[in-house]
Design a binder for this molecule. Structure first.
Ligand SMILES: Cc1ncc(COP(=O)(O)O)c(C=O)c1O
Length: 395
């Protein structure tokens, strides 16, 4: 089939030409005497994206999963008690990793469609008078359900109770797209990856680490080698890495950070809100609902759309892919078949979103779901153009 493929999944996202071009260069000497002139400003500018002045940002070869592993392996010891909650595929996987590391994991299970359970966190932290809970985990943006959680709310609870637990946050599908304040929210480890808000290929785990978390590394006895913060910090001080870094990806990351800072993070967030709102209006116009149970928790990077009973979301995804060249995200684990996901993050704009919504409409019609063709696309256009539904007058 002719024409571009429309990538409307929540990562990998669309890669800007500037980033692709920045990576297209000969391989370079990562131990060259002037390599630090490139890496030191990059590591410094990454702090602006995480909004941290007091912490540091490390870049590991890897993906978000590696970032999760680095967060726990550097800060915790075998048998440590941690508090987490599961409200989607990714929060589940991180909790599962904690169990595999033989941590003592308190899990609060939520409906998939809800976010972090603040009151339950408060209850458990309040009961924990002897501070046996060493870390509290939050998945900021649950990519499986399109729900954004209140990280600041968790920080408030920890502060009100003067609880010293570390706050470890998954920002894989939020950092670089949604509002994220590592220092202000008092986050100790913030995990991200290159293939979402950073608009790059997969291959880098990008991890923000607070001074407090770094100071605990020596005490933490979980096994670690590749993802060791202390070793990375020591080498990064001079602009080098403990092993061969992915130099071309670092060049791409430089271009990515430049683009984000040039647009301005506040503008990036506003753009994501505007685009997401158009998608949400389209979903409502189709007569469908989102997985996010409350509108205020709706993610501005991904929308998980629930299909009507009797309709298979995977059919829609297949038709979109094979017949209309549109990639949509599937429903993960227990949501398989009930949900399709539209990614609207990274390097995208109104027209690209309308293309995805048009593809969804074609695929839904082909799958036997009846609605007024153009209803969703029209609702998004009205939102993006600021117009109301026009009533055409006869001449
Ligand atoms: C919220 C979230 N956390 C973690 C991950 C895992 O990241 P990766 O697939 O890069 O290992 C993902 C992947 O989509 C994610 O969306």
């Amino acid at each position: 089939m002719t024409g571009y493929h429309c990538l409307a999944i929540p990562g990998p996202t669309n890669m800007p030409f500037e980033i692709r071009q920045a990576m297209e260069l000969p391989l370079e000497d990562h131990r060259a005497p002037d390599f630090g002139e490139f890496t030191l400003p990059l590591l410094d500018d990454l702090k602006k994206i995480f909004r941290t002045q007091t912490g540091r940002v490390f870049v590991f070869p890897g993906s978000g999963t590696g970032g999760w592993e680095s967060a726990i392996a550097n800060t915790l010891s075998e048998g440590d008690r941690i508090l987490t909650s599961v409200y989607g595929h990714f929060s589940h996987l991180w909790a599962d990793m904690c169990k595999r590391f033989k941590l003592n994991v308190d899990i609060i299970n939520q409906n998939w469609g809800k976010g972090v359970p603040l009151e339950k966190y408060r209850e458990l932290l309040e009961k924990d008078k002897n501070h046996s809970i060493k870390a509290v985990l939050v998945c900021h943006n649950e990519t499986a359900t399109g729900v954004t959680s209140d990280v600041m709310g968790v920080r408030h609870i920890l502060d009100e109770l003067s609880h010293p637990a570390l706050l470890l946050v998954d920002g894989v599908s939020s950092i670089g797209s949604l509002e994220f304040h590592m220092d202000y929210w008092g986050i100790d480890v913030a995990v991200s990856a290159s293939q979402k808000g950073f608009m790059m290929p997969t291959g880098l785990a990008i991890v923000g680490v607070s001074k407090k978390a770094l100071s605990l590394c020596d005490k933490a006895d979980l096994p670690r080698c590749f993802f060791d913060f202390s070793e990375m910090a020591r080498m990064n001080d001079d602009g080098y890495f403990p092993y061969t870094p992915a130099t071309n990806l670092l060049r791409g990351l430089r271009a990515s950070v430049d683009m984000l800072l040039k647009e301005g993070l506040d503008n990036v967030h506003k753009r994501h809100f505007r685009l997401a709102e158009g998608v949400r209006r389209a979903v409502a116009a189709w007569g469908l609902s989102t997985c996010a149970e409350r509108p205020e928790f709706s993610s501005d990077t991904v929308t998980a759309v629930k299909v009507k009973p009797g309709i298979d979301a995977n059919e829609i995804i297949k038709h979109a892919y094979y017949d209309f060249k549109v990639s949509l995200g599937g429903g993960l684990s227990i949501l398989n078949g009930d949900v399709f996901r539209i990614g609207h993050l990274g390097w995208t704009n109104e027209t690209m979103i309308l293309q995805a919504l048009g593809g969804v409409e074609l695929a839904m019609l082909k799958s036997g779901f009846l609605f007024e063709p153009g209803a969703g696309v029209g609702a998004a256009i009205q939102h993006y153009s600021g117009t109301k539904r026009l009533v055409l007058q006869a001449a």
